[in-house]
Ligand binder design. Structure first.
Ligand SMILES: C[S@@+](CC[C@H](N)C(=O)[O-])C[C@H]1O[C@@H](n2cnc3c(N)ncnc32)[C@H](O)[C@@H]1O
Length: 191
């Protein structure tokens, strides 16, 4: 509830605050990593889509993608809706099962800015793997302060050890370019 309230209050100023003030590049790097790994007419999921910055970055790279978005916060989804990049936008809590999405639906998934301190924990990755087709990519940004401390590094290793994913890439990348904050850009292939 606290996270939802926080983003309800921030939804209108989020884009200008993040892009201009702190140089947030999560959407760009995540969209780039996904767009080059899916087909031209792929159906992709933007999990924790927020105001739709990832959708815009995906469409810039490939106008023919079909993009669905989910997020916890209705006011953020409204901002996404106004961007016009998404087919469907639904409320969902990534801390639990994504009941409304069947297995193996998407040709890829992306999640930027959500795997960070105090938001969604590493187990949120399980549902992204479930809804993506075998062989398809799941792209995540994980803020570096959460990567080891909150168990994301261990989770990614466990997923590979248990044969659920293949780790394609883990890159230490700029995240808030005006604040010297980094993230791990993670690309998994679902097995
Ligand atoms: C920093 S914003 C990132 C939004 C967008 N992906 C971007 O990169 O600009 C974090 C988003 O995660 C959403 N969020 C936080 N907890 C969530 C949860 N449990 N389930 C789904 N979305 C959640 C918030 O509502 C917010 O829109």
């Amino acid at each position: 509830d606290a996270i939802r309230e926080f983003y309800e209050n921030w939804s209108r100023d989020y884009d200008s605050d993040l892009l201009l003030a702190i140089g947030y590049v999560g959407p760009e790097i995540a969209a780039e990593a996904l767009a080059k790994r899916v087909g031209k007419t792929a159906l992709v999921l933007d999990a924790g889509c927020g105001t739709g910055l990832v959708g815009i970055e995906l469409i810039k790279r490939n106008f023919d993608l079909t993009i669905d978005g989910i997020d916890l916060t209705p006011a953020m989804l409204e901002q996404s809706r106004s961007k016009g990049a998404y087919r469907k936008l639904n409320i969902a809590d990534m801390c639990g099962p994504l009941f409304e999405i069947d297995d193996d639906v998407y040709d890829g998934a992306v999640c930027a800015g959500v795997f960070t301190n105090g938001h969604v924990g590493p187990d949120g990755i399980d549902e992204l793997i479930r809804v993506v087709k075998p062989g398809a990519p799941v792209v995540l940004t994980v803020r570096d302060s959460a990567w080891e401390a909150d168990g994301f590094k261990d989770k990614v290793e466990q997923l590979e050890e248990s044969g659920k994913t293949r780790t394609v890439e883990i890159s230490h990348s700029p995240y808030h370019t005006k604040e010297d904050v980094f993230c791990e850009l993670v690309v998994l292939e679902v097995i």
